[in-house]
Design a protein around this ligand. Structure first.
Ligand SMILES: [Zn+2]
Length: 92
């Protein structure tokens, strides 16, 4: 099931919940090639994950790094869409 991503303007720990996304501008960072990156809290387990701009644009799958979390999903239209649910969508 898809769930909404909560876009944050700043890193405010008390407001962080599962599904929170903070976009970091890294245009001057040589390590990322000038691309933005984001910090996403897994919508399923809350584990922190650093994601790339490609993943934020929904072009690349995000895999949760949580030890007991099998979540694999895409970001699409401000929502996290699990792989299984995407397969169901294409059948219709
Ligand atoms: Zn997770």
């Amino acid at each position: 099931m898809a769930s909404a991503v909560k876009l944050m303007d700043a890193w405010i720990p008390s407001l962080i919940e599962a599904g929170s996304l903070l976009v970091m501008n890294a245009t001057s960072d040589r390590d990322t090639g000038g691309m933005n990156c984001g910090i996403l809290h897994c919508p399923y387990c809350g584990q922190l994950a650093v994601i790339t701009e490609t993943q934020m644009q929904g072009q690349e799958m995000i895999t949760c790094g949580g030890q007991n979390c099998p979540a694999r999903f895409f970001l699409r239209d401000g929502q996290t869409v699990p792989i299984a649910a995407m397969g169901e969508e294409t059948k219709q």
